[in-house]
Design a protein around this ligand. Structure first.
Ligand code: BGC
Length: 752
């Protein structure tokens, strides 16, 4: 379809109207020109197509659909193929339900464990979030259904989400909060991007030209449409020229009038409206022209997929040998979540699930007994429920206590108050542990929790929000039908206070400063060498793996080259399993302040007992670079780097070195405030300076045996290194010759 041609036939009024939705979930259509109205719908982990009354907070029912594990859960699979497949399943469901754009994936970075929406987000690590997001988008869009990559950008808290400003310095934006978006755009070309509610450095995302045009389109090459988060528009007339094409929900009414008036008054170019409408029509026709109306999907098959995804993602955090459970030994499943699982989050991603399977039902064949233990409506311990649970726990060989966060404590729209489980669950767990030495804990919630009881239990399985098939997935893992193979996509700190954002989270009023900068998640805990409860990338299996033969295809390279890294991984246990191999890169010496190491590669390999495979990675410039704000570009400092292969971020198995040479020369400017150290770091400077210093002799060497104060020789040297050139003149007694000589030196270096 020639959308330019279509737009040229539209009146100003029609074009302005197209810049907002027709209603809550539809884009405008125009019969006169044969433009259909298409539907967009949440996302990201299941379809929430509201057929009747619309609202975006999940209050009114939507059509039955499969509820897949949420972002925080599937991220632990570290499995691109799985994410792609889940996208394909969702894409089919969209085609079957006639949905043109699925509102996801949500790729915001987990800055704090408290963010109410962490259950939807992938990770604290931008590389992991970006890789998984790109795979998911590719999956959905392979079915000719669009995605809406959200929430762009720096939307890492729910508190005052529609008014607060995320104050983030440039380097932190580039290294932490933008790369997952950048990678998704470059690798998977989402049809649309959803701008976030918040302001970024004082400017609402919905009218942020720098974000929506300069970075998104000019730098990254995005050619789709930007839609607003539902209600994120502040000033519509500023939004259109900034690159915010479609206001949602619609109709815009007042804002449509304002757009028309602005064009008529010459305050906005009509061509800006044309561009916005063209971008919207692009995705409308992309969908309708390749529609697959006959798509049908098999609910049971998709439910099974949800079960598989959950089992491939959940993380076994502790196992002193008690797991897998023996099928012929009676186990007690304790806790309401065992029977009525917590499996999805609250708010716009809430799905009207096809069918929900709990663990008690799923483990019926193993003869498990059950006690409720707590109620989810109240936090307060119920003595009667606890007494009954203790009795049940005593009757079995092992107790599996199901705990987690309730919907009321964790949801879109507000942040969690702390990292604790409800008091009633805590009390239940304490009482069960007293009577049952074989206690295992299953946790169902969307984010990290504190575990003061970790030493008193024999096993912990972190199920996250595992989707509607969570029950059988948990049972598959507990009883060893499947081998756990998920690893944490976020660090679990020992306590909330250890988290790097703790001092500044939520900010003051509408200003939230991201003062911890690039030190988010493991980047912070590693730099401070702090103990954590469970590190990023950590997870156990019922088998063991050994790593060997780390090989780099070169030991020195230019930053324009690529490096191939390979390593052998062997399953040395007696069960088949899947291992997540992680690659981290460290800059051995850097003038920029950098994390100790950063994830730059991962792969998941399936290995039969005794089997060995070689895993390969390709690293390019970005694997070694940091964002240099002086040149507004990625830069690699010439020098040595360590490539690390780990089972987790804190369990590095093998290391190798590579020298990387930068092909970018950073132009330095020298002045009277350049220090002697700065000058000496430049070869020409060192040569010229050496000659001049002899002539000037600003600080004669002390005589043999003289008292050199408390400084010593190295102290003296350091003091000289920090001396600016203007200081040298002063020490040379203000000499004219010295001044002239140094001016020549400055000029010569600047002329290089
Ligand atoms: C959420 C979005 C969602 C939209 C539509 C908003 O409240 O932030 O993620 O896609 O509603 O439901």
């Amino acid at each position: 379809m020639d959308v330019k041609q279509l737009v040229s036939q539209m009146t100003l009024e029609e074009k302005a109207k197209f810049c907002s939705g027709a209603d809550f979930w539809h884009v405008e259509g125009l019969e006169r020109l044969g433009i259909p109205s298409v539907m967009v719908t949440d996302g990201p982990c299941g379809l929430r197509k509201q057929a009747g009354e619309s609202d975006h907070l999940g209050l009114n029912a939507s059509v039955k659909a499969i509820s897949y594990p949420t972002g925080s859960c599937v991220a632990c699979s570290f499995d691109r193929e799985l994410l792609k497949e889940s996208g394909e399943y969702l894409g089919d469901e969209c085609q079957a339900e006639d949905v043109a754009v699925l509102l996801g994936p949500a790729v915001n970075i987990k800055r704090s464990p408290l963010c109410g929406r962490n259950f939807e987000y992938f990770s604290e690590d931008p590389y992991l979030a970006g890789e998984l997001s790109a795979a998911y988008i590719n999956g959905v869009q392979s079915k000719n259904v669009g995605t809406s990559l959200k929430h762009f950008a720096a939307n890492s808290q729910e508190h005052r989400r529609m008014t607060s400003s995320s104050e983030v310095d440039e380097r932190t934006l580039r290294e932490i909060y933008l790369p997952a978006f950048e990678k998704s755009i470059k690798q998977a070309k989402p049809w649309t991007v959803m701008c976030s509610y918040n302001k970024l450095n004082g400017v609402f995302a919905s009218e942020n030209h720098r974000l929506l045009t300069e970075i998104l389109r000019d730098e990254w090459g995005f050619d789709g449409a930007v839609m607003s988060d539902w209600g994120a528009v502040n000033d519509r007339v500023k939004g259109v020229p900034a690159g915010m094409d479609l206001e949602m929900p619609g109709p815009g009414n007042g804002n449509t009038e304002k757009l028309i008036a602005a064009v008529k008054a010459g305050e906005m170019k009509e061509s800006d409206l044309d561009t916005a409408v063209e971008r919207i029509l692009d995705f409308v026709f992309k969908y309708t022209e390749n529609r697959k109306p006959d798509t049908k999907f098999d609910y049971e098959g998709h439910h099974e997929k949800a079960r598989q995804m959950a089992a491939e993602s959940m993380v076994l955090l502790k196992n002193d040998g008690i797991l897998p459970l023996k099928k012929d030994e009676k186990a007690a499943f304790i806790g309401k979540f065992a029977n009525e699982p917590r499996f999805q989050g609250g708010g716009s991603s809430h799905v009207n699930s096809y069918k929900v399977s709990g663990s008690v039902e799923a483990a019926k064949e193993y003869g498990v007994i059950y006690a409720q233990g707590y109620d989810t409506k109240s936090q307060e311990p119920d003595e009667g429920l606890i007494a009954e649970a203790v009795k049940t726990a005593k009757e079995a060989g092992a107790a599996v206590v199901f705990i987690g966060i309730t919907d009321a404590m964790e949801s879109e729209g507000f942040d969690r108050a702390d990292m604790k489980i409800p008091a009633c669950q805590q009390k239940l767990l304490e009482e069960v542990i007293k009577v049952q030495p074989n206690t295992i804990v299953v946790v169902e919630c969307g984010s990290a929790i504190e575990m003061p009881w970790i030493d008193d239990v024999r096993g912990v399985l972190y199920a996250y929000l595992g989707g509607e098939a969570v029950g059988p997935a948990v049972v598959d893992l507990l009883y060893g039908e499947k081998n756990p193979c998920g690893k944490l996509a976020e660090t679990f700190p020992l306590r909330l206070e250890d988290n790097p954002s703790y001092l500044y989270y939520l900010g003051e009023g509408d200003r939230t400063e991201y003062r911890e900068g690039i030190f988010v998640g493991y980047r912070y805990y590693d730099k401070k060498d702090l103990p954590v409860l469970f590190p990023f990338g950590y997870g156990l299996s019922y088998t063991q793996y050994e790593y060997s033969d780390l090989t780099l295809d070169k030991t020195s390279m230019k930053d324009t080259d690529t490096l191939t890294v390979s390593v052998k991984v062997k399953n040395v246990g007696d069960r088949a399993g899947k291992e997540i191999v992680q690659l981290y890169v460290a800059d051995d010496q850097s003038t920029a302040i950098r994390p100790v190491k950063e994830l730059k590669g991962f792969d998941k390999v399936e290995l039969a007992p005794g089997e060995e495979k070689t895993v390969s990675f390709t690293l390019d410039k970005r694997a070694f670079a940091y964002y240099n704000t002086e040149i507004s570009d990625w830069h690699v400092e010439t020098g040595s780097f360590t490539v690390m292969i780990g089972k987790s971020s804190r369990d590095i198995q093998l290391c190798a070195k590579v020298d990387v040479e930068s092909t970018q020369t950073l132009k330095k400017t020298y002045s009277w405030n350049s220090t002697i150290g700065d000058i000496m770091a430049d070869p020409k400077g060192a040569q010229m300076m050496g000659q001049m210093m002899q002539a000037m002799n600003p600080m004669p060497a002390p005589e043999e045996g003289a008292d050199d104060g408390i400084m010593g020789e190295s102290g003296m040297q350091a003091m000289m290194n920090y001396m600016p050139l203007r200081g040298l003149v002063m020490f040379a007694g203000g000499s004219k010759e010295a001044e002239q000589g140094l001016q020549q030196l400055i000029d010569a270096l600047n002329a290089q």
